[in-house]
Write a protein that binds this ligand. Structure first.
Ligand code: ZN
Length: 451
C-alpha cells in the first residue's frame, strides 16, 4: 500500500461521508470516483489486500440476488466480506465498496469480496481487480436497444474475460454463456437444471438466441426452461448442453420452499420463484469448487431471505405490498409466472418508466406474454409511471382490463385504503428506489397513525 493509495482512500472516504450527509444516496459512487482520480491503481491495490478469494458476479438476470446470497453465506461463517450494493456495479461503485471497507490508513481487513459487475462495465473492472472466480448467470437481452444487444453484451464480456486468470462459473443451460466460456479458452465449471420445472407461463415464447453462436445454424432443443435456457444442441457444429459439473436434480417445489439435490447434497431454499434454483446453484458451485463449502454452510441456504433482495414486502395497514423489479422480457415473464402461481386474491400495479437506465424504447413489453394475467384471482391491474399508457395498450391487446394513473403513490394509497391484502408492485429500474422510498414513507405514516 503506497502513500498515494492511503491518501486516495482517506480523502475518498471523507468526501463520501460528506456526500452522504448532503443527500441520502443509496448507490455510492463518489468515493470511487475520487479515489480513482488520486490513484489510478487503487482497485488493484485494495483488491490485492483481500486475504482470500475475490468473487465477481455478472449476467443479465439474477446477479444481485446471487451476490447477496454468496455474501450471506460467507458472513454467516463469521468472515469479513466486501460487497457492493445494487446500483453500484459500475467501476466507481466497485471502487467505492473497497474504499468504504478500508480503514483511513488505506488498509483493508477482509477475508473475501463479493462484487457484482455490470456487463457493460466489465471491461473496465476485470482487468483492474484481483478476481479468482467469476459467475456468469446468463446473457440475455436487456431492456436497451432491441437490435443486436445480446451480441454486444457477449462481445463485451468475452473481451473482459480475456484478462481474467481465475475460474468461470457458468450457467450451462444458457447456450450463449456456454459458448462464451468455450470461446474464452479459460477454465470453467458448469451448473444447470436437469429437470423441467418451469411452467408454461414462464416458458412462453421468448427465445432470443435460437441460433448457434458458433456456426449460425438454428439450434434444436429437447426442452426449454425459459428464455433461451434449456437442453439445446446444434446439428451443424455439434455444440450441445454439457454434462453439468453441478446439476440440480430431484427438485421439489412447494408453496414457499424449493429443494434440490446437487452432487449428493440436499439444498433447501425459502423462495417462491423457480429461477432462484439457478441463483443458489451458482453459489454452491463456486463455493464448492473454491473449497469453501461445508455442511454447516449448506444450512445457510435455508436461512437466506430471497424476498429481501429487490423483492421486498412492505406491511402497511392491512396490506402486504411486494415490490418486484423487472428489467427485460425474460425477467418480466418470470414475474408473470410468479403472480400466476400465487393462488390468493391479488391486485397488480405495473410501473413503467422510460428514463435512460430503463431503456427509452419500451417496445420490449411486446415480447412478454401477458396472457397468463387473465386470471380470476387478479382483482385489478393498474398501470402507472411515465409509460403507463403503453403498458395499458399492451394489456388491452390481450383483452385484459387495465386502469391507469400516472401517480404511483395515488395507486398504492388507494389499495391501502381499500385494505387490499395482497398487492404486487412491478417496477422497472428507475421506479425501484423511488417506490422503495415511497413505501418506507407510507409505512412510517401508517405506523405513526396507529399510535
Ligand atoms: Zn453450431
Amino acid at each position: 500500500m503506497s502513500i498515494k493509495s492511503a491518501a486516495a482512500v482517506s480523502l475518498a472516504k471523507f468526501f463520501g461521508y460528506l456526500s452522504c450527509k448532503i443527500r441520502k444516496s443509496k448507490g455510492q459512487t463518489l468515493p470511487g470516483f475520487i479515489a480513482k482520480k488520486i490513484d489510478g491503481n487503487i482497485l488493484s491495490d485494495l483488491s490485492q489486500q483481500v486475504r482470500g478469494d475475490v468473487f465477481a458476479v455478472m449476467g443479465t438476470n439474477g446477479k444481485t440476488t446471487t451476490n447477496a446470497l454468496l455474501y450471506g453465506l460467507l458472513t454467516k461463517e463469521g468472515k469479513k466480506v466486501v460487497i457492493n450494493r445494487t446500483g453500484s456495479n459500475m467501476l466507481n461503485g466497485v471502487i467505492s465498496a473497497f474504499v468504504l471497507a478500508a480503514g483511513n490508513d488505506g488498509k483493508l481487513d477482509a477475508d473475501f469480496a463479493c462484487i457484482e459487475a455490470d456487463e457493460f462495465a466489465s471491461g473496465s473492472i476485470l482487468p483492474k481487480m484481483k478476481v479468482n472466480y467469476l459467475i456468469i448467470t446468463n446473457i440475455t437481452r436487456d431492456q436497451l436497444d432491441r437490435m443486436g444487444e445480446v451480441d454486444i453484451v457477449y462481445d463485451k464480456v468475452l473481451e473482459a474475460v480475456k484478462n481474467f486468470d481465475g475460474t468461470l462459473v457458468i450457467n450451462g443451460d444458457d447456450v450463449l454463456t456456454y459458448s462464451l466460456a468455450l470461446e474464452s479458452g479459460k477454465k470453467f465449471v458448469t451448473y444447470g437444471i436437469d429437470e423441467q420445472v418451469f411452467d408454461e407461463a414462464s416458458r412462453s415464447e421468448i427465445r432470443e438466441s435460437t441460433f448457434c453462436k458458433r456456426c449460425g445454424s438454428r439450434l434444436k432443443y429437447n426442452f426449454f426452461h425459459y428464455g433461451q435456457l434449456g437442453d439445446y444442441y446444434c446439428e451443424e457444429c455439434g455444440i450441445k448442453r454439457p454434462e453439468m459439473d453441478y446439476a440440480a436434480k430431484d427438485i421439489k417445489i412447494t408453496e414457499d420452499e424449493i429443494a434440490f439435490t446437487v452432487n449428493g447434497k440436499r439444498i433447501e431454499i425459502r423462495a417462491k420463484a423457480n429461477y432462484n434454483i439457478y441463483n443458489s446453484l451458482s453459489v454452491y458451485a463456486l463455493l464448492d469448487d473454491a473449497g469453501i463449502m461445508n455442511d454447516e454452510m449448506i444450512k445457510g441456504f435455508a436461512e437466506f431471505d430471497f424476498r429481501n433482495n429487490r423483492e421486498n414486502v412492505y406491511h402497511i395497514g392491512e396490506s402486504d405490498i411486494q415490490i418486484h423489479l423487472v428489467k427485460n422480457p425474460i425477467g418480466f415473464q418470470q414475474k408473470v409466472a410468479l403472480i400466476k402461481k400465487d393462488e390468493s386474491e391479488k391486485d397488480v400495479v405495473i410501473l413503467i418508466n422510460d428514463e435512460y437506465q430503463d431503456g427509452q424504447d419500451v417496445s420490449w413489453l411486446w415480447d412478454v406474454n401477458f396472457e397468463e394475467l387473465r386470471n380470476e384471482n387478479i382483482k385489478s391491474i393498474t398501470a402507472t409511471g411515465k409509460r403507463c399508457l403503453d403498458m395499458c395498450l399492451r394489456l388491452k391487446y390481450e383483452e385484459i382490463e387495465c386502469a391507469y394513473d400516472f401517480d404511483v403513490e395515488n395507486v398504492v394509497r388507494g389499495h391501502i385504503e381499500k385494505k387490499n391484502r395482497n398487492v404486487y408492485l412491478i417496477v422497472n429500474y428507475t421506479g425501484l428506489y423511488s417506490s422503495n422510498d415511497m413505501l418506507e414513507r407510507l409505512k412510517k405514516e401508517y405506523e405513526e397513525g396507529e399510535k
